[in-house]
Each structure stands twice: as C-alpha cells, then as structure tokens.
Write a protein that binds this ligand. Structure first.
Ligand SMILES: Nc1ncnc2c1ncn2[C@@H]1O[C@H](COP(=O)(O)OP(=O)(O)OP(=O)(O)O)[C@@H](O)[C@H]1O
Ligand SMILES: [Mg+2]
Length: 256
C-alpha cells in the first residue's frame, strides 16, 4: 500500500499539487486521472521520489519516502517497477537483453537464473518468440509488452505507469490494460497508473483518484463513475464522446 498525505508541490510560487491525499491499494490498478496539465505526472514523480514535495508524506507500507536517506531511497527503488511514456527500450539491445538489463544490474542470481527469469517474464507478456528481435523490429504494442516484462523482472512490489497506452490503438490499449491488471492481481502489486483514457478508466479503474488543476476532486471505483454527481468529474467524462452518449442514455432512463 502506498499512502500520499497532504502533498503540496509548487513551481516558482505556482501551486501544482494542492494538498493531495490518497491511498493506493495492493493488488489493485490504482488510477490517477485528469485533464492534460492537471498534475498527474508531477504527482507520480513525487510518489517515486523523482521530485521532492514542498510538504507532505509518502508512505510505502508505512515507510516515509520523504524522510529517507539517499541510501534508503535507493533500496526502496529496487522494489519499484516503472513504465514511462514511450517504452524506453534500449535500441541496441535485443528484447531479451532489455528484460535482462535490470537483472544484470541488480540481481545476484547466476547468469543462467537471470536469463531464465527474463524468459519467464517475456512469456508472461506473450513475447516468448520475440526475445531475439531488436526494438526496431517489433510493433508499438510489442514494445510496450517488452517494457512491462522489463518492469516486472525484479518482482517489484510497486508498479508505476505514466500513460501506458500513449501512441497505441484502442484495441492494443485494451490488451495492455488487461495485461497490467492481470499481473497486478497475480503478483499482488500496488500499481499506480496515470491516464486520461476513459476506456482504461472503465476497464481497469479499481481505485480512481480524479485531480483537477492540482486538487483532488473525487475518488471511487469505476462502477461509481457513471452515477457520480461531481461536476468536475462529469465535465471530464463528458469530454469523451462515447461516455457522453452512455451518460445521456442513463439520465433519460432516470427521468423516464
Ligand atoms: N519541472 C517543472 N517546472 C515547472 N512547472 C512544471 C514542471 N513539471 C510540471 N510543471 C507544470 O505542472 C503542471 C502539471 O503538469 P503535469 O505534467 O503533471 O500534467 P499531467 O496531468 O501529467 O498532463 P498530461 O496529461 O498532459 O501528461 C503543468 O502546468 C506543468 O506545466
Ligand atoms: Mg503527464
């Protein structure tokens, strides 16, 4: 479990995160949603310690990241897997070598064990036949899956994904969403995902935090989103065509 308590972050006197409080649960895909510029990436960067908040605490199963020494932070990082915008694979390495990279860096296992772990991870994301290929030889969706395999190579307790579906078509996005959701449940990870994709929200929104202009406006489950009366949230949903239609049908049903 990751808890965010009273996080405030400003740049040059401009408040970008205004007293954010949230609980991200184990075994769930926790979503941070909001419009472009609302503060999602800044929040995730604060949570993983890439940025320091002006004030507030970030608790990893009770351990406060903001109070840690450099060494302690480094230690905690080993428990985190990250999947950032773009897949950020190394072009000069094969898919298998990419997945082995964190293991080669941090694992004390033998080279045979590391290879077998990497192969297992590739199999988990259904890329067992692509290990020998280079990133330039595979599709965007495959790159994303390879990046997921690399992110879970060290068996992280916490998984962070910033816009995991950027640049993917809707169908491939669904496959990636489902994959992230499945590995989260299988390995009981605390997964935190930034997105403004309503399809993802309705597909894997186990626990959703909605932020608007740096303020936390709403939290809940995907099943509660359509019946929410929060104006800011409804405006956000209405911006997506499909959901405007669904919501309009529901409202008519309620009226009639
Ligand atoms: N290093 C920085 N210095 C100054 N301002 C920043 C910095 N990083 C982000 N900001 C500002 O903070 C605000 C929130 O940005 P952020 O990147 O978190 O938005 P976002 O919700 O992730 O948007 P998107 O959906 O487009 O990725 C923006 O106004 C941005 O300009
Ligand atoms: Mg962002």
């Amino acid at each position: 479990m990751v808890e965010v308590k009273h996080i405030i972050k400003s740049f040059d006197g401009r408040v970008v995160l205004n007293d954010i409080n949230a609980v991200f649960e184990d075994g769930k895909t926790n979503l941070i949603i909001g419009r472009s510029g609302s503060g999602k990436t800044v929040l995730i960067k604060n949570i993983i310690g890439l940025m320091l908040p002006d004030s507030g605490a970030i608790l990893y199963d009770g351990r406060d990241l903001t109070a840690m020494t450099k060494k302690e932070t480094k230690h905690l990082r080993r428990e985190m897997g990250m999947l950032f915008q773009g897949s950020a694979l190394f072009d000069s390495m094969t898919v298998l070598e990419n997945v082995m990279f964190p293991l080669d860096m941090f694992s004390k296992d033998s080279s045979k064990e590391r290879r077998s772990r990497a192969e297992f991870c590739l199999e988990r994301v259904n890329l067992q036949d692509a290990g020998h290929l280079f990133p330039s030889e595979i599709s965007g969706g495959m790159m994303k899956r390879a990046a997921i395999a690399r992110a879970i190579a060290l068996q992280p307790k916490y998984l962070f994904c910033d816009e995991p579906n950027s640049g993917l078509d809707p169908k491939t996005s669904l496959i990636i969403d489902d994959l992230i959701h499945d590995i989260t449940t299988d390995y009981n990870m605390t997964t935190i995902i930034n997105t403004h994709d309503m399809n993802s929200v309705m597909n894997i929104g186990d626990n959703i935090i909605f932020i608007k202009e740096g303020n936390m406006e709403w939290r809940g489950h995907k099943d509660e989103i359509m019946t929410s009366t929060n104006k800011a949230l409804n405006d956000f949903i209405f911006a997506s065509d499909l959901f405007r239609k669904v919501k309009e049908v529901e409202m008519h049903q309620e009226e009639g």
